[in-house]
Design a binder for this molecule. Structure first.
Ligand code: GDP
Length: 141
């Protein structure tokens, strides 16, 4: 399998609960390289654009409010099969359905406040990485 990149986010609930270090440790233990990382607070425009595919969903307004309520950590992760592997490490969207040992099972408190984000396919990964990072900011290690 080829090296691949995915966008990961530690969402506001993860930052508020001081889980950045534990999540980063897990990322490195699972064999990912961090190519880019930035802590920031998303503007409403950034969050709405990032989640544009969910614009028609009933939870869209609430999701944007949640994602903008405090700082997040944006990261680009690289490894073989990064997209599928990061989704496996995160676990199911709803922490109640997430497998034992996944980040969402361990840290998340609800379907919405589920601590981490990961791209779900190569085309979304490339859109999401480009939404937050310039090509020159992606550093292979
Ligand atoms: P993901 O790819 O596992 O992050 O899941 P989705 O792309 O389906 O949803 C994006 C994000 O919206 C999720 O990670 C949750 O934070 C939130 N979300 C998804 N479904 C719901 C829902 O039914 N209600 C609420 N309040 N939030 C949701």
């Amino acid at each position: 399998m080829a090296n691949e990149r995915t966008l990961a986010i530690i969402k506001p609930d993860g930052v508020e609960k001081h889980r950045i270090g534990r999540i980063l440790a897990r990322i490195e233990e699972e064999g990912f390289s961090v190519c880019a990382m930035r802590m920031t607070r998303l503007s409403t425009r950034e969050a709405e654009g990032f989640y544009a595919v969910h614009r028609e969903k009933p939870f869209f307004g609430s999701l944007v409010k949640f994602m903008t309520r405090g700082p997040v950590v944006l990261m680009v992760l690289e490894r073989e099969g990064a997209i599928a592997k990061w989704r496996e490490v995160m676990g199911a969207t709803n922490p109640e359905n997430a497998d034992e040992g996944t980040l969402r099972r361990e840290h998340a408190s609800s379907l919405e406040e589920n601590t981490v984000h990961g791209s779900d396919a190569p085309d979304t990964a490339s859109f999401e990485i480009g939404w937050f990072f310039r090509e020159s900011e992606l550093l292979s290690t």
